[in-house]
Design a protein around this ligand. Structure first.
Ligand code: PLP
Length: 385
């Protein structure tokens, strides 16, 4: 496929309303759904071909025990990010949430605390409860020029006994790509403590043109000795329902800890369709991905240009199809998302779910066609009149 011009086919509303995925079944039919992190496009051709081939063969058994996906991921990571992944340090799992929780349980002991950095993907707040651990919050630092890790705050919590740092890179919902310098500083800091970094890198392939994603495990030996990453093709190629993700290590010590600590069943929970689709995406999906991120950058710009006065994207996203909007100047009350749903029939991500102090923010999914982005903006503006 490489070298073949590709483009992304965004679906219109009548086709999308025929879908039966979460995004299109969670709300009443007159609601425009823009919170759930699915995209509204057709599949990348190599992915559709892999799935069609599997259907033709009835290839719907347990997930492959071959190395095709591991090797395809290593190839993609090398081409895209200059990351030399050892396929033997890659473990298949069902999805990124399950992979993160399995890694937390494998690397920590019951009752341990881990650090999360709000505003952040809401399940980060729940994983502590679901794994029998405790969560401590060290918010990202924000300025008009961008976001930064609060290394002093992280050190304070490590000194108080936290055993892990959950990194979200690129960071959902703000779309920030952490720099090599800040990741190196984090790895140096953590190396002074009996702690690990778990880096959720699900949005990495969705890094927008002009920005550079740095895989955590490439920054230093310190990062590799005390860190793991979790990857998936599921966001970038829209495969979330097919279930496949990858837990990645890059040192003997982390590989051994994972192989001792991960449940035997971990790879068996992946789906065969997820395996086959992700393998095709990583192996042959670059041209389509290039077209996708170009479209997404335009949709982010469309949102920034079209937001009603009183709302703004404080820092433009560098990755993801998620637009994080400060709606504090719109006077939409305590719960802007509820008001938008009730009065404009527009469903958006609820700011307070990403962290208590972000109740005046909303998150809009721009992984959809420009007409639907425009309709979302129209509905957003309509509550003000
Ligand atoms: C940062 C982050 N991690 C994990 C997930 C969930 O991934 P999965 O469906 O593979 O569990 C998402 C979904 O949007 C996400 O944004």
């Amino acid at each position: 496929m490489s070298g073949v011009a590709a483009h992304v086919e965004w679906l219109d509303l009548p086709h999308l309303r025929a879908r039966r995925s979460a995004k299109w079944t969670l709300y009443d039919p007159d609601v425009l759904p823009m919170p759930v992190a699915e995209m509204d496009c057709l599949l990348a051709p190599p992915v559709a071909e892999a799935l069609n081939r599997a259907v033709a063969l009835g290839d719907t058994g347990y997930p492959s025990f071959g190395r095709g996906l591991h090797e395809a991921f290593a190839g993609f990571a090398g081409r895209r990010w200059g990351w030399d992944v050892d396929p033997d340090q890659v473990t298949l799992c069902g999805d990124v949430s399950v992979g993160m929780m399995a890694a937390i349980s494998a690397l920590l002991s019951p009752g341990d605390a881990f650090i999360i950095m709000p505003p952040v993907y809401p399940p980060f707040f729940r994983w502590g409860g679901e794994t029998g651990m405790r969560t401590v919050e060290v918010p990202l630092r924000q300025s008009d020029s961008g976001y930064a890790l609060d290394l002093d705050g992280i050190e304070r919590e490590l000194r108080a006994g936290a055993k892990a740092v959950l990194l979200c890179n690129p960071h959902n919902p703000v779309g920030w790509v952490h720099s090599r310098e800040s990741l190196t500083a984090l790895a140096d800091l953590v190396s002074g403590y009996d702690a690990v970094v778990l880096s959720d890198e699900i949005h990495a392939p969705l890094t927008l043109p002009g920005h550079t994603f740095t895989p955590y495990l490439t920054v230093s030996d310190a990062a590799r000795q005390q860190g793991i990453a979790v990857h998936a093709a599921s966001k970038a190629w829209n495969l979330a329902g097919l279930k496949a993700a990858l837990i990645v290590s890059a040192s003997d010590v982390m590989r051994d800890s994972l192989s001792r600590g991960l449940p035997y069943e971990t790879p068996w929970h992946a789906g065969q369709f997820g395996y086959l689709a992700s393998e095709a995406a990583y192996r042959d999906g670059d041209p389509w991905l290039d077209a996708l991120v170009t479209d997404l950058a335009a949709h982010h710009q469309q949102v920034r240009d079209g937001l009603p006065a009183g709302s703004r994207v404080a820092v433009p996203a560098q990755a993801t199809f998620l637009s994080w909007i400060d709606a504090s100047g719109l006077d939409l009350g305590d719960n802007p998302a509820a008001k938008l749903l009730a009065e404009a029939r527009l469903a958006v991500g609820i700011g307070s779910e990403f962290g208590a102090r972000w109740g005046d923010h909303i998150r809009l999914n721009v992984g959809t066609g420009p007409e639907i982005v425009a309709e979302g903006l129209r509905r957003l503006g309509s509550v003000l009149s």
